[in-house]
Design a protein around this ligand. Structure first.
Ligand code: NAG
Ligand code: NAG
Length: 176
């Protein structure tokens, strides 16, 4: 009964307020950048896990904790324009050593956009992963969406990730 009256109200309001639409006030932004991660230079193992996989370049024992501070650039070339940095921690969360829980903050300053957004999610080392964006600061205040991160290059201990950002602002954020 509650459902049908809400439904009816929606139908009525569609007729009464035909210009009211949530989607027209939604702001979004889509862009790509590259994350440069170097073992023992920008990304360090702080705690070695206790069981599961052996430590290798793609896997780590269950419970391992890594802390990183990686530069972000506009192209895969590390000498291309710097647009910000990523701070984060990853915790190995599967016994095969391939999944990790990632906590990250991306601070950006590019194309007149300045601020940061934070991510939290589980990612797999071998497959492209979608990581939810849980909020932001500055020009990215209230942002939601996801990052799609994929490994595009490995040179020894140096890993380059392509990060596609798909950001959406909820309607109330446009009044800022
Ligand atoms: C990183 O540094 C630690 C501590 O010095 C060392 O044990 C480890 O082998 C290094 N990792 C790699 C992949 O070289
Ligand atoms: C966690 O997964 C991400 C995404 O695949 C990867 O970039 C990162 O190297 C992984 N971290 C560890 C410590 O395995």
């Amino acid at each position: 009964m509650a459902f049908s009256s809400i439904y009816l109200l929606t139908i009525i309001s569609l007729f009464l307020f035909p210009t009211m639409s949530i989607s027209t006030s939604l702001k979004s932004m889509h862009f790509t950048f590259y994350q440069h991660d170097i073992v023992n230079k920008t990304d360090f193992m702080i705690i070695k896990g206790i069981t599961g996989a052996d430590l290798s370049l793609t896997a780590s024992p269950f419970g391992s904790i890594f802390i990183l501070h990686d530069p972000l650039t506009i192209s895969p070339d590390p000498s291309s324009d710097l647009i910000g940095h990523a701070e984060g921690a990853t915790i190995t969360s599967s016994f095969d050593g391939l999944d990790n829980l990632s906590i990250g903050k991306f601070t950006l300053n590019f194309r007149a956009h300045k601020g940061s957004f934070s991510v939290l999610g589980s990612v797999n080392n071998l497959k492209p992963s979608d990581i939810p964006v849980v909020g932001g600061t500055g020009d990215f205040m209230f942002v939601q969406g996801f990052l799609r991160s994929s490994l595009v290059d490995i040179k020894g201990l140096y890993f380059v990730y392509k990060v596609e950002a798909n950001l959406y602002w909820p309607p109330f954020a446009t009044t800022l």
